[in-house]
Design a protein around this ligand. Structure first.
Ligand code: MLC
Length: 545
């Protein structure tokens, strides 16, 4: 087991002391009452918290007042603390206010990717049983019936241009709301992550999980009130919603809010900002934009990358152009952030750095036995397991699955394979789970294979991730046409037809970017599909894109 030998020694004692105060459970102590209060502790009411590219500005007072009105409205619906509020809404400052309103009123925020289609939403609504669903006005027509069929009769809209029924109905309420002291173990959010079986699991994150991680990252990345964060990520995942937003709010800093990533807009904002967080695709596109120079990013103090592996060549190209080293870190929905390259030490390409303070990491072998680390020597490769206040409270409605994912002693099995370098940097070397990460989004092949196998022309399928210059990995599917006896005589099937059917069922980022047709899938002696053979065969598919 290792904590961070040389990574974060400078802040370890501060973090430990502050965490002790924050996570005190004894009622008389000044412990964590509600994440919202911690996020707003340093807020100066008149300071601009969010600036949009369209020229709108929102002060910390605006965030507080608008989230208070929404919190009152939500409570007026009869929702009690612990009720789920599902949101499939476009990115906007008002969407952030809805999240804050849920925290304040003790609701459980359930953010949903705006790409999710009806079958995906049906599953989430039936599983989480939200008391309120909020969607974009343009999607009300098809989302309201889905919500109703799951038993949710409260559906409101929130548009990206200060519009929607939620704002209208919240407007008459007071700007003051007594933030609920729900305590550290109350659920703050459920984030659905796809799974190896094709069934999504709702990772339950508590106020303590989120607050402890925000505190640790505040110190690890040296957040300052004077920081200006370029926020170009979506806000329905850990990265954009928690790591980025919490970082800025916790420091009382400012965010430049972009509805989506745009390389030239980001470079332009770099002239006034200090921090950027992005997935590797952001950095690939920034490098390719031809706009990056050291002069243009001279006010920037920190570029952070995560959610997918950053290629060393992207890291190096970025440094060559800007003179700055990207800080790569490692996290996931179930654990928020686990490791980070050091702020002050060497940010080493191809590694995810050291365990953050308060986070314990270990590697285990195939028999779940912890791998012994020898000082100054590279470790063996093993499964990465994690323990700490950041680790989630389990999967919603899935006690058995939760049990399976934890080893004895409360260690969460990340599903990633790693190795410690001789000087303690963690290198991720693969995954034990069959997972594709495309542009920072996780895609589990099984979910797509089940849908493909249901198509009339398909006998069976294998979904694989192929190297892609922009997305890192891209989803592709190999299909054996139905019936297999005549497959060898059939010409290529209609790729577009199959894909257009799938498009109505799943989010666009999960849609295979290519379909290949084969008479049969390669299998090993045990009958298992040899995906590595398929990956090798089609490896260069996207290389010329
Ligand atoms: C969009 N498309 C993608 C895609 N994003 N395809 C594969 N992978 C992706 N990531 C598809 C769309 O469906 C669409 O297809 C076409 O590309 C154009 O869509 P777009 O919206 O214009 O795309 P673009 O703006 O280029 O978006 C790419 C991106 C975006 C990389 C900027 O995907 C993004 O912001 N990703 C960030 C994901 C993220 O925040 N991950 C954090 C997870 S948290 P068509 O066919 O309709 O044209 C986590 C934990 C941790 O993992 O550690 O952080």
């Amino acid at each position: 087991m290792t904590t961070s030998p040389q990574g974060f020694t400078d802040i370890a004692s501060t973090v430990t002391a502050e965490l002790q105060m924050l996570l005190k459970t004894d009622a008389a102590a000044k412990g964590l009452k509600n994440l919202y209060s911690e996020l707003m502790r340093k807020a100066k009411p008149t300071k601009v918290a969010i600036r949009t590219l369209e020229g709108l500005q929102y002060s910390y007072h605006d965030l507080s007042a608008a989230s208070a009105r929404m919190a009152h409205f939500i409570r007026s619906l009869g929702l009690t603390p612990g009720s789920r509020v599902a949101a499939r809404i476009e990115k906007s400052p008002e969407a952030l206010m809805l999240y804050l309103a849920c925290l304040r009123s003790g609701m459980v925020f359930l953010p949903l990717n705006t790409g999710y289609q009806s079958e995906e939403l049906r599953y989430f609504f039936n599983d989480a049983k939200p008391g309120l669903v909020v969607c974009d006005p343009s999607a009300l027509g098809w989302i309201a019936p889905l919500a109703k069929s799951s038993g949710c009769h409260q559906v409101e809209t929130l548009g990206s241009a200060i519009s929607g029924s939620l704002l209208e109905k919240a407007a008459p309420f007071s700007d003051d709301f007594p933030t609920l002291a729900c305590g550290p173990d109350a659920l703050a959010a459920i984030l659905y992550t796809s799974g190896t079986t094709g069934r999504s699991k709702g990772a339950m994150l508590t106020h303590a999980n989120l607050a402890s991680n925000a505190l640790v990252l505040h110190h690890a990345w040296h957040w300052q009130e004077s920081d200006v964060l370029i926020h170009a990520l979506p806000i329905f995942h850990v990265h954009g919603l928690f790591v980025a937003i919490h970082g800025a709010l916790w420091a009382g800093a400012q965010m430049v809010w972009m509805s989506k990533f745009d390389a030239s807009a980001v470079v332009q904002e770099c002239a006034r900002a200090t921090v950027l967080m992005g997935v590797p695709t952001f950095y690939v596109r920034l490098v390719e934009s031809g706009l990056l120079t050291a002069e243009r990013v001279k006010t920037m103090r920190l570029f952070i990358s995560g959610s997918a592996p950053l290629l060393a060549e992207t890291h190096q190209a970025f440094t060559q152009l800007t003179g700055q080293a990207i800080l790569e870190r490692y996290g996931m929905s179930e654990t928020i952030m686990l490791t980070s390259n050091p702020y002050q030490g060497t940010r080493r390409a191809g590694t995810v750095g050291f365990a953050l303070p308060s986070v314990e990491l270990r590697l285990v072998d195939d028999h779940e036995t912890p791998i012994k680390l020898k000082p100054g020597q590279e470790s063996a490769i093993g499964g990465v397991q994690v323990r700490g206040p950041n680790v989630f409270a389990g999967y919603w409605n899935m006690p058995e699955k939760t049990k399976e994912e934890f080893a004895q002693g409360g260690w969460f099995k990340t599903g990633d394979m790693g190795q410690f370098a001789a000087d303690g940097y963690l290198v991720l070397v693969g995954r034990s789970k069959d997972l594709i990460i495309s542009g920072g989004y996780n895609v589990y092949p099984k979910e797509i294979e089940l849908l493909l196998d249901d198509q009339p022309e398909v006998y069976e399928s294998a979904v694989i991730g192929l190297s892609h210059p922009d997305f890192g990995e891209a989803v592709a599917a190999v299909i054996v046409p139905d019936p297999p006896e005549i497959a060898s005589r059939m010409g290529p099937l209609d790729e577009a037809k199959i894909l257009s059917r799938l498009r109505t069922m799943i989010a666009g980022f999960k849609l295979p970017k290519r379909l290949f047709f084969l008479p049969e899938l390669p299998r090993n002696a045990m009958g298992k599909v040899q995906k590595n053979v398929l990956r090798e065969r089609f490896a260069s598919t996207f290389s010329a894109d």
